[in-house]
Design a protein around this ligand. Structure first.
Ligand code: MRU
Length: 344
């Protein structure tokens, strides 16, 4: 089943806030609730929010009562701005919205033709995502050896995409090829995408895993208990700096210090060649309550008056990245030269 799909003229998505306790599909009827669903992380993961926003534009088309194409385009532009502003870091969001708007602007026909063109482009983005993930997974699986233990950060599986996944898709393909892979799953504080979502996915696929708290990865890397590190990305700058879920930088540092290869797995739609380096990538700062509301033995951990910070992503400098796996192959340094060649 897909994480994001169109059914009965509505956008439907797996509610990722309540997994693994409950599996529920939520239905979206208007673009503003899609933007809200992206913000509150009903849907999350760079490619998944891109596809959700693309379908959000399709909903905006049906919400608009305009019978003139010019007025409908204006309504779509307004909706596009609302959807793009939902989360700042993952470039796939703006990429998907811009792609659908380009398709909309090229329509020569009635307002209904335009509505259909928007929905068709959203469907294409979703279908392509699955196909691209499977291609990336084949390239990435070649990097995994039989018997490897892999440290994985955040959730980069089917839930973070339309289906299959990026870094977790690589692990899934290696497993399907018959390689024995063991996964050390970073729990990924504060939203626990690893402990909740990656662990849930690995259960479905029958891939052996153990959850570790984020501060344990250095221990396992230094002890020689992990042979590879895999994660995704929300945006990769032209020089190969990788913005990904908070904690990726510390994990990549520990991997580098111990000579363990660290790979980022990304569709080319996550590569932003317009930004020269990772310092230019906007980093989302989320509500501090995501940090403060964490409980221990049924009680809130922090004192009631405590303040917190909550940057949702960090930037890993390119020198710590061994390779970037894309649907067109594995890119190695110098990234500023080689990334361009892969983004055709
Ligand atoms: O805040 P999230 O859960 O949307 O962050 C997701 C990640 O950081 C993933 O690693 C990233 O989107 C790439 S996985 C497809």
């Amino acid at each position: 089943m897909r994480t994001v799909f169109w059914e009965d003229n509505h956008l439907k998505m797996i509610d990722q806030r309540i997994l693994p306790a409950r599996f529920e599909i939520v239905s979206f009827r208007d673009h503003k609730s899609v933007a809200e669903g992206i913000k509150n992380m009903t849907v999350r993961g760079a490619p998944a929010i891109g596809a959700a926003a693309a379908f959000g534009l399709a909903l905006a088309g049906y919400e608009s009562a305009s019978s003139s194409t010019d007025n409908l385009l204006a309504d779509l532009q307004t909706a596009a701005a609302v959807l793009k502003s939902a989360r700042p870091t993952a470039v796939n969001l703006a990429w998907a919205v811009d792609r659908v708007m380009r398709a909309a602007c090229s329509v020569q026909g009635s307002a209904d033709d335009l509505r259909e063109a928007v929905l068709s482009e959203a469907r294409r983005i979703a279908d392509e995502d699955v196909e691209i993930n499977k291609r990336m997974a084949e390239h990435g699986a070649a990097l995994i050896d039989d018997g490897d233990t892999v440290i994985h950060h955040c959730n980069t599986g089917a839930l973070a995409t339309v289906d299959w996944g990026t870094a977790l898709g690589v692990i899934r393909t290696a497993h399907e090829q018959g390689k024995r892979v063991h996964v050390l799953v970073d729990e990924t504080r504060p939203r626990l995408q690893g402990a909740r979502l990656t662990a849930w996915e690995l259960e479905q696929y029958g891939i052996p895993y153990e959850i570790i708290s984020d501060n344990m990865s250095g221990y396992f890397l230094k002890a020689g208990k992990a042979q590879k590190v895999f994660f995704g990305a929300d945006r990769v700058a032209a020089n190969g700096d990788v913005a990904n879920k908070i904690g990726t930088y510390m994990l990549a540092l520990a991997a580098h210090d111990n000579g363990v290869p660290a790979y980022s797995v990304v569709p080319t739609s996550t590569i932003d060649l317009s930004l020269a380096h990772g310092g230019l990538i906007p980093i989302e700062e989320r509500n501090p309550n995501e940090v403060l509301d964490i409980q221990f033995q049924g009680e809130r951990v922090a004192p009631v008056e405590a303040q917190a910070r909550n940057p949702a992503f960090d930037v890993t400098p390119n020198r710590l990245i061994t390779g970037i796996v894309t649907e067109n192959g594995v890119v190695y340094p110098p990234f500023d030269v080689n990334l361009k060649k892969h983004c055709v």
